[in-house]
Design a protein around this ligand. Sequence first.
Ligand code: G3P
Ligand code: MG
Length: 250
Amino acid sequence: KSPDLSHTTPLIIGHRGAAGEAPENTLASFQLALTHGANALELDINESADGALIVCHDHTVDRTTDGSGYIHQLTALEIGRLDAGSWFGESFAGERVPLLADVFAAIPADIMINVEVKCAYSPRLSAELQRLLSEFGRLDTAVISSFSHKTLYRLKQDRPELRVGLLYVGDFIDHSRLAELSGMEVYSLHPYYLSMDADDVAQAVSQGLQVYPYTINEPEQLQRAVEAGFSGIITDYPARLREILETRSR
Ligand code: G3P
Ligand code: MG
């Protein structure tokens, strides 16, 4: 029997699901990540013309579906008709672009979901995100991250209980100061993985921050990241990280 790693440090955070092995940001990808031992998921959202929260990394559907166009110019219905699996492999034909609501409904409530906001702040976005988090009881098990710290700031002003995570690139001397400078209570830091060593991680963790670096895929880099003490690791290959953690816990 494999060891119980459901509450491990680091969390195994499936990037866009298991984007190395399934079409990113689809339910198939999220389910595969869980099958491969992920206990958390990262996904990206954009806003459709009619205000639905669409799980898709790019601002257009061109790369990851058989359709084309900007998400903010398409309705949820139009996006829902697209094939989001065939581009990756024929065995995934018919996969859909999920709504954030679909993912919240499909994924067990104890799986942490990191929702990365790719679209701009608007009161409509904020209201819809809050509605979904409340409806699905996800306020405590979702972390909202963005490269736009201003977007996070505004979302958190609207709903102070939100857990927010700062995404960034930069080799800062003191990463935890970023959280202080943001002017809001920050739950987690999401640095580019090469910008933090074990001392940086220890410093941030001692300030009460979770640290979730992105995106680590090579086994040697995953091994190094585990040793550095990150709180969670964002990877396209949850199975690889799982294997490293299982080997360590034996
Ligand atoms: O959230 C971590 C990572 O996904 C940020 O970059 O471009 O893969 O969304 P990107
Ligand atoms: Mg992302």
